[in-house]
Design a binder for this molecule. Structure first.
Ligand code: B3K
Ligand code: ZN
Length: 857
């Protein structure tokens, strides 16, 4: 399997300003007739170069050059090479594909009797031969023809031009997309779908028709997605000045989909999990995720579609920026503080481990084998953190001037991360060159921060330093610019005694002096998580407890609680008897506070996950981490029983009340239920079952079941069975049923998960189902890392089996096995053994091969 390198980028030798596609659609046989207008690229480097068209599992049935049949073409691997004499030609190619046999879910495939496409990153080459690279932009004219009864709805990008009937009960539609686009944004849908229709009037007064297309029975579950879409459209006008550009915006829900959703121009295609919701089947988190993903895909219309990437190494140009945009949108729609905490929790849970392991890569990678493996938390979430740092350093006005210039300057182009930074610099007049290291250097910076107070001089000195550990291919690291929002809080007064300032740590170390400090100061640093780093703050428990109560930045308050918990947990993993009292007091104060909202309380009292604790240890012993955490949970549960029971029984109003207060109350109810059950499992089981039975919404129901699955109590079986029986017909809810059991913190979980893999409702064909069982299990730190190695073997078996059907989905399950390097020796050996077994499997896909071999290195 070849490695593709960023430094090898060359502009295309041929451009394709226009393409006409004719689809004769059928589930098992679809004919694709393509007509490409090709022109030699004046910027191409090789004079007289032949036309190179990528293909993947395609055979040309016929090739015509300027209308004449041609046999001068050759195959170069999967690609088609056509020698061309002149500088402009018309090339026509016929192919035939079988969507039904397409289990990779890339290109044109069948799902529940409908046809749909996924082309990013390299799926278009599975539909027709084409220069499948994002810097070739074309105008598309598409004709679809199909059986009318089977496929009454025909959709593609842009606007419909003409429709008609043809013989034998067939019909056709012709569409045109006026905006030139790379082929990864092409989309087509054919099926028996029904629309939820609405409209949006843009800021310049244009009316846009909106439609969300689903199976008829799912129509009642589409309103939240529609509301979210309209909110996103208004928000992008308000905050970024971006207006929608076509007369039509379509969203289609599909149940077999590799990712969350896809931003195809004018025709977004979604995993049904991110469209369908009602309070009885979807949790509050599901509702929030739908709003987030709908907004994300919509925002791509500008950050991705109108301005796209030059090559796939620039992926974070559109993804990091668009994640930052959707995070800001969600923050504006609810509680900004809670949203920030949630985003940081995900970053620490997924991106930090990725960045400290064998698959660590920069936001802008230097090489890849399979680009599908690089749709990572680093590209997305760390990429968003970098954009956020630009926003912090520039301030909102200059940042907005920068994005305005970026969109104006590069509209209709395929550009690079450097172009983005240049637009920010040109518009703001601020030199950001030092920040570019964040694009190229991998690894999470570790920042030391020590505050010393000189009472006599009434001065405090903050000493900062930084270090980045080596990552694969980058053994020595350069200094990074780290913007730290910092304030000092008076230990006595609990007020800000040095107002917040932005300190830029732009050397290996730095000293900052604060004058006029007349009481003992507490350090409030990296407020709002202004930089994606780990801060080693050297603060005593008493200081953290005080900050947890009085820090004026809500994120810093949360952080103080987390640090307190870390102290207790890390001591526990070393077998020391830690003092839990400061944390217990802080949690009690938090629960009893009248000013904090319930959603914040829920986040603040949650303990760091086991995988996050593991990140802080030299050598990982999963049993030690688990028992330290359980011991602390038990102590907290016992000490806080009354406060927990009170929060657990708080009334949240009716299940369809989606106000922040109702959502927060429900969240706190399930978080406190978990802690309460740790203190008294029997009573916990009883209360959880009562919450489960009384629930009029999925949030309470899933929250209760999520606690019950980890308890050895009869209520566990009863609730699981009742849940299954009630929702057997709803695939998205059955995904939850698999996922909850795979995440259970019980010694029996391993047996259970193996049994579930042969449950009649389990299938490797559906990515959601695979993720529900295998993905959730891989994140179950304690059980996955069972000392027997059975967890590793199970995941490896699943990867090998899934790879034969869907390499992309299979490859996504590899990372948990890559943690062997810091695992205690016995498990380390067992993990490596399974990675080797995967890597040695014959006929392995490029996707899994890359992940397995890199994980072994
Ligand atoms: N851009 C798509 C990702 C598709 C990747 C497929 N391997 C979704 C998104 O980030 O919006
Ligand atoms: Zn995206």
């Amino acid at each position: 399997h070849a490695t593709i390198r960023r430094e090898d980028y060359r502009p295309p030798d041929w451009l394709v300003p226009q393409i006409e596609l004719k689809f004769t659609l059928g589930i098992e046989k679809t004919r694709v007739q393509a007509k490409l207008t090709v022109e030699r690229n004046p910027e191409g480097l090789e004079a007289g170069a032949p036309l190179l068209l990528n293909g993947d599992e395609l055979k040309p049935l016929g090739v015509w050059i300027d209308g004449n049949p041609s046999d001068s073409w050759t195959m170069k691997g999967d690609d088609l090479l056509i020698p061309l004499a002149g500088d402009a030609h018309e090339v026509a190619i016929d192919t035939e594909i079988n969507p039904f046999a397409n289990s990779k879910l890339m290109g044109l495939y069948a799902s529940n009797g409908m046809l749909c496409t996924q082309c990013e990153a390299e799926g278009f080459r599975r539909i027709t031969f084409f220069p499948d690279r994002p810097d070739v932009l074309s105008r598309y004219k598409v004709r679809m023809e199909a059986d009318e009864a089977q496929f009454p709805v025909l959709l593609t990008n842009g606007n419909p031009v003409e429709t008609g009937k043809s013989e034998g009960g067939r019909h056709w539609a012709e569409w045109e997309d006026p905006f030139p686009k790379p082929c990864y944004l092409f989309a087509l849908v054919a099926g028996d779908l029904k629309p939820n229709r609405d409209s949006f009037t843009t800021m310049s007064g244009r009316k846009v028709d909106l439609a969300i297309w689903v199976r008829k029975a799912d129509l009642p579950k589409t309103q939240h997605a529609m509301d979210s879409l309209k909110e996103a459209m208004a928000w992008d006008e308000r905050v970024y000045g971006r207006e929608y550009d076509l007369d039509l915006f379509n969203i289609v829900a599909v149940s077999d989909f590799n990712m969350g959703a896809m931003e195809n121009k004018g025709l977004n295609i979604f995993n049904s999990a991110y469209v369908l919701a009602d309070p009885d089947t979807a949790t509050d988190v599901d509702f929030d995720n739908i709003a987030r993903v709908v907004a994300h895909e919509y925002f791509h219309n500008w950050s991705g579609d109108r301005v796209t990437c030059r090559d796939w190494f620039q992926l974070s140009l559109k993804e990091g920026f668009t994640v930052f945009r959707d995070q800001s949108f969600s923050a504006d729609m609810g509680s900004a503080a809670v949203k920030r905490i949630e985003d940081v929790r995900i970053l620490r849970m997924v991106q930090f481990p990725e960045d400290s392991g064998p698959l660590s890569h920069p936001i802008r990678p230097d090489s890849y084998m399979e680009i599908s493996n690089f749709y990572t938390s680093t590209i997305y979430n760390k990429g968003a953190e970098l954009i956020r740092m630009f926003h912090t350093v520039l301030g909102p006005e200059k940042f907005r001037a920068g994005t305005d210039l970026y969109f104006e300057r590069h509209d209709g182009q395929a550009v690079t991360c450097d172009d983005f930074v240049e637009a920010l610099e040109d518009a703001s007049g601020v030199d950001l060159s030092q920040f570019k290291i964040w694009y190229s250097q991998a690894g999470t910076p570790q920042v030391g921060a020590k505050l010393d107070y000189d009472a006599e001089a009434k001065a405090a000195t903050l000493r900062l330093d930084q270090r980045v550990a080596p990552t694969p291919g980058q053994s020595s690291k350069q200094v990074m610019p780290i913007p730290l929002r910092t304030a000092l809080i008076g230990e006595e007064s609990g007020t800000e005694i040095a107002p917040e300032q932005l300190i830029l740590l732009d050397g290996l170390s730095r000293e900052v002096r604060f004058e006029g400090i007349d009481e003992a100061p507490l350090l409030s640093i990296n407020r709002g998580f202004s930089a994606p780093v780990v801060v080693h703050g050297a603060r005593r428990d008493g200081e953290l407890e005080r900050l947890a109560q009085s820090d004026t930045d809500p994120f810093a308050r949360y952080e103080a609680m987390q640090e307190l918990a870390f102290g207790a947990l890390l001591a526990g993993t070393r077998g020391e008897q830690a003092d839990f009292e400061p944390l217990i007091r802080a949690v009690r104060n938090t629960l009893r506070s009248n000013e904090l909202d319930p959603a914040f309380k829920a986040e603040a009292i949650l303990l760091p996950q086991e995988a996050v604790i593991a990140e802080r240890l030299e050598v990982i012993d999963p049993d030690a981490i688990h028992s330290a955490r359980e011991q602390l949970r038990k102590a907290m549960g016992e000490a806080l029983m009354d406060d927990l029971a009170k929060a657990q029984s708080a009334a949240a109003g009716s299940g369809d009340d989606l106000s922040p207060l109702a959502k927060g109350t429900r969240r706190l109810r399930s978080v406190t239920l978990g802690m309460l059950a740790a203190g008294d499992p029997q009573q916990g089981a009883r209360i959880a079952k009562a919450q489960f039975d009384a629930a009029d919404n999925m949030t309470d129901r899933q929250g209760a079941l999520g606690v019950l699955v980890s308890l050895d109590a009869p209520e566990r079986e009863q609730a699981l069975q009742a849940f299954y029986d009630r929702f057997e017909q709803d695939a998205l809810v059955i995904d939850k049923w698999f996922s909850l059991q795979a995440a259970a913190q019980r010694s029996g979980t391993l047996d259970e998960v193996e049994r579930l893999a042969s449950h009649p409702a389990f299938t490797l064909q559906n990515p959601n189902r695979l993720r529900a069982l295998v993905g959730s299990f891989g994140m179950n730190h304690w059980v996955f890392n069972d000392a027997s190695g059975r967890g590793y073997r199970f995941v490896a078996d699943m990867i090998i089996a899934a790879d034969r059907l869907n390499p992309q989905a299979a490859a996504r399950q590899v990372p948990p096995l890559g943690r062997w390097r810091r695992m205690e020796p016995k498990r380390s050996e067992l993990m490596r053994g399974q990675l080797e077994r995967i890597a040695d499997t014959r006929g392995l896909s490029r996707d899994v091969y890359e992940q397995a071999t890199k994980s072994l290195a």
